[in-house]
Design a protein around this ligand. Sequence first.
Ligand code: GGG
Length: 357
Amino acid sequence: MVHRIAVIAGDGIGTEVMPEGIRALEAAAKRFNIDLALTTFEFGSCDYYLEHGKMLPDDWFDQLKSFDALFYGAVGWPDKVPDHISLWGSLLQFRRQFDQYINLRPCKLMPGIKSPLAGREPGDIDFYVVRENTEGEYSSVGGKMFEGTEREVVLQETVMSRIGVDRVLKYAFNLAQTRPRKKLTSATKSNGISITMPYWDERVAEMAKQYPDIAVDKFHIDILTANFVLHPDWFDVVVGSNLFGDILSDLGPACTGTIGIAPSANINPEGKFPSLFEPVHGSAPDIAGKGIANPIGQIWSGAMMLEHLGYQEAADTMVKAIEDVLSEGNNQVLTRDIGGQGNTLSLGQAIAERIGS
Ligand code: GGG
């Protein structure tokens, strides 16, 4: 069976880590006899925008809808296109139109990597952030009035639907059931945000009734971020709204030493539309073009893609290869963000070789 994968590298370091993601995927495909057909698309980047006046062609949905998965790099180059235009014009369209309502972001301290949190060892930090991915604070409901005058007003509404909240909670509870600790933490702010967040809390309490085996707690987002730093070992599955999940899934990996290794899966669990796999990090214009970006986030996202396509052993082999190369700690191989003197290519090649062997 051939699996058709749409590859969109996007901007900045997305174009540098993507070749290493593909190298690793091809090594896994060869070893496990997986038939992958990769098709590269130039759209979804700021350069495409400069040429065409939009991030995506009008028929992007039809071009992509029959792929089995999308493999994405990073989006954004604020000197070329304002960030809200590049993000809303590409990645957020994919998430919304393909109903990828789950954004699954593992957060794990890997062997060989030093956490900035004193005394933390691999095993101390190992949790998932489940981020609601199609509504919440990332809403297009709002507008401006009296622009350019003293009476200028801007509004943007948070949108929470019962379907939208319940389906992400259900996914998170189900995930918690697969984990040994069977624990779920909800991110809220229902003391200050007095309509949508109490609603979120109510839906969590309602859903929890169906999962008596899961220990549930909740924290306001402010103290929750503090606890990520102070007590990362408390967490197992953390579920949050679109914005809270976004913040937590950058902070979590930062606690594991570098955001450069963090992967994510934007999932349409029903499989009606393709799911999208991308590193958590963005396009990082400050280091783009230097060949020093850490490719592990992209490679690990590729592993999540193979797992999603049903190739658990291949996915596990890719993650093990990442762990092995990190454990070896060869300075000439590792990138600078994790204390080495190597580059994107040296780290990508080492991992691909390990996958193939
Ligand atoms: N690879 C992820 C990426 O490009 N992220 C850019 C970004 O700003 N994303 C915001 C979001 O995930 O909502």
